[in-house]
Design a protein around this ligand. Structure first.
Ligand SMILES: Cc1cc2nc3c(=O)[nH]c(=O)nc-3n(C[C@H](O)[C@H](O)[C@H](O)COP(=O)(O)OP(=O)(O)OC[C@H]3O[C@@H](n4cnc5c(N)ncnc54)[C@H](O)[C@@H]3O)c2cc1C
Length: 535
């Protein structure tokens, strides 16, 4: 651990220095758009260092609790070394932008620690352990409650979801009601809902470990079902009236009210402040007109959390938006039309996607669709606050996506470890080859870092639910890890990795969506992480 500590102290020192320089360059974050490439490098470097620190802290905590693990120690050192080496390279290559070359990272003792830490033989040692354990995730959680939650979710996922996950994916089916019902009985939709509103009031760590297990069996047909209630719950808790919390949170927690989140529009994605879908007052009602895009689960959902413009002046930007709970009937299939007695119409058509199947993501058209006046979250006080409430919800969603991504990468690691031990070429299991061991070792190490960064941000959010930086970092990093780990896993499967028959091919296409939603990767880096770091 001394080696890891030395490397990380140097990485942190150089990172803090270049962040200070970045603050000066961008005038305290005000001119990020004039330095986007540099700001992105800073955001990613800071995220990687945070991930390395989280993994090292986990190794230390284990040791402190009397459950040290030599493989975890190897991973912590190897990941710290990789991250530090990349940071040193970036600072060297772009020294003019960063305000100078690496200093602490250039010290010879640090350099030696970096060389030793990421030596290929260490990754091979980790890789051999991955093959021996078939990649199983038995990471130490330190909380009895989280261990029990993980065991229970693992049991449920393997028994109820795993046998049908492949069929749902290949046929682009909707998640069966039996799954929704069982998840409701297990309390999975009310994990963040306080007990007084009928929820479990569990901490974020428990929510994350459950999400991981569900996502490991199916990203779309299990793990992602929790995201929508999480987002709406956080928005309601932050900005809803007491009456609204009492009305909406209990059915959300009970899984009686399935939710879709509708922010994106055909012409408006990242620039959320420019949302155009309108909501106009008519007596006691609001009347919705306009188009939305990519609203996941909008067919089956009983209600949509809809961001709409209540101030018609486009110049009002984010301050002209409000968040509504829009009731609708539940439909299965890929297209639906909801007609209201007064003539309002909501039409939805799912856009076909290569992965993330099971919930379907719809383009929506609202035509004079009526919503009761008290469905505006926060009512009078909430008018014009929709953007901020939505962002509070998204922070929770991003944390949960850190868990979704870690779970999916875990699934890829497990099937790949098993395949590598069974597949023989040149007379030996391919897992006997050095390069396969090295690759599995790196996959497991990056996954461990993504997991610990996500757990660390879950704990942070337990302490302060207004944090935005940590969940954004967890989402950014874990999503990239999931994309990379699934693709490495596919390559280790060779041609069979491209066959639908092997689960890895599903994991690859599922993972690709993770860096896109809840703030596409460049926007998350520039508008959330860089802003928070440099502002
Ligand atoms: C399967 C799936 C499910 C989804 N589910 C939902 C959902 O349930 N609810 C919902 O509301 N949305 C959902 N989304 C939408 C998702 O959140 C958006 O796709 C995402 O926010 C990006 O918006 P966009 O697609 O319009 O891309 P754009 O905003 O057009 O961005 C495209 C690219 O342009 C570049 N770019 C844009 N702006 C900038 C800038 N300022 N600086 C530098 N580069 C820039 C970036 O490279 C970016 O990646 C889903 C999407 C998918 C694919």
């Amino acid at each position: 651990m001394a080696e890891t500590t030395r490397i990380l102290a140097a990485a942190r020192a150089d990172l803090n220095r270049v962040l200070d320089a970045g603050r000066r360059t961008t005038d305290g974050g005000k001119t990020i758009d004039e330095h986007q490439v540099h700001a992105e490098r800073l955001a990613y470097s800071a995220t990687e260092v945070a991930a390395a620190e989280a993994l090292a802290a986990y190794a230390r905590d284990r040791e402190g609790a009397g459950v040290p693990d030599p493989i975890t120690d190897l991973m912590a050192a190897a990941f710290a070394a990789e991250v530090a080496d990349r940071l040193r390279g970036r600072l060297e290559a772009h020294r003019d932008d960063f305000g100078g070359p690496p200093i602490a990272l250039a010290e010879s003792e640090v350099q030696a620690a970096i060389r030793a830490g990421q030596h290929e033989s260490r990754f091979r040692e980790i890789g051999r352990d991955v093959i021996r354990t078939r990649g199983a995730n038995n990471s130490w959680l330190g909380e009895e409650m989280a261990v029990m939650a993980r065991d229970s979710a693992r049991g449920f996922g393997r028994k109820a979801v795993a046998p049908i996950a492949e069929k749902i994916h290949r046929h682009d089916d909707l998640v069966p009601e039996t799954i929704i019902q069982q998840m409701a009985e297990l309390g999975y939709f009310g994990m963040s809902v306080p007990e007084e509103y009928g929820g479990q009031g569990m901490g974020n760590l428990v929510m994350i470990v459950i999400t991981e297990e569900l996502s490991a069996v199916s990203l779309a047909a299990a793990g992602s079902l929790i995201t929508r209630p999480e987002i709406l719950t956080k928005a309601l808790l932050k900005g809803g009236t007491e009456a609204q919390k009492q009305k909406w949170l209990p059915p959300v927690a009970a899984g009686e009210l399935m939710v879709g989140i509708s922010v994106t529009e055909p012409d408006t994605g990242s620039d959320v402040a420019s949302v155009r879908c309108r909501a106009e007052r008519d007596g006691n009602d609001w009347v919705i007109n306009g188009a939305k895009a990519w609203c996941t689960f909008a067919g089956r959902a009983n209600a949509l959390a809809l961001l709409a413009r209540t101030n018609p002046d486009p110049k009002s930007g984010a301050r002209g938006l409000s968040l509504f709970i829009v009731p609708k009937d539940a439909f299965d299939g890929h297209e639906f039309e909801m007609r209201q007695p007064g003539g309002g119409v909501l039409h939805g058509k799912a856009d076909a996607t290569p992965g993330y199947r099971g919930m379907h993501s719809y383009t929506l058209a609202f035509e004079n669709y009526r919503v009761p006046g008290d469905n505006l979250i926060g009512e009078k006080d909430g008018e014009g606050k929709g953007f901020y409430l939505q962002m509070a919800g998204f922070a929770a969603g991003r944390l949960q996506t850190g868990g979704r991504a870690s779970g999916l990468a875990q699934a890829a690691l497990e099937v790949t470890a098993t395949y590598a031990s069974e597949r023989k070429q040149f007379g030996r299991p391919i897992g006997d080859f050095q390069l396969t061991q090295y690759k599995l070792g790196r996959m497991a190490t990056h996954l461990a870092a993504a997991r610990q960064l996500t757990y660390a941000s879950a704990r942070k959010m337990d302490e302060d639910e207004t944090v935005t930086l940590e969940p954004a970092m967890a989402k950014l990093f874990a999503s990239d890890v999931a994309v990379w780990v699934t693709q490495e896993g596919q390559l280790i499967h060779g041609g069979w990795g491209y066959a639908e028959e092997y689960a890895i091919s599903r994991h690859v296409v599922d993972a690709l969506v993770l860096p896109i939603f809840e703030g596409v990767k460049p926007i998350l880096e520039l508008k959330v992480i860089a802003r928070a770091l440099l502002g």
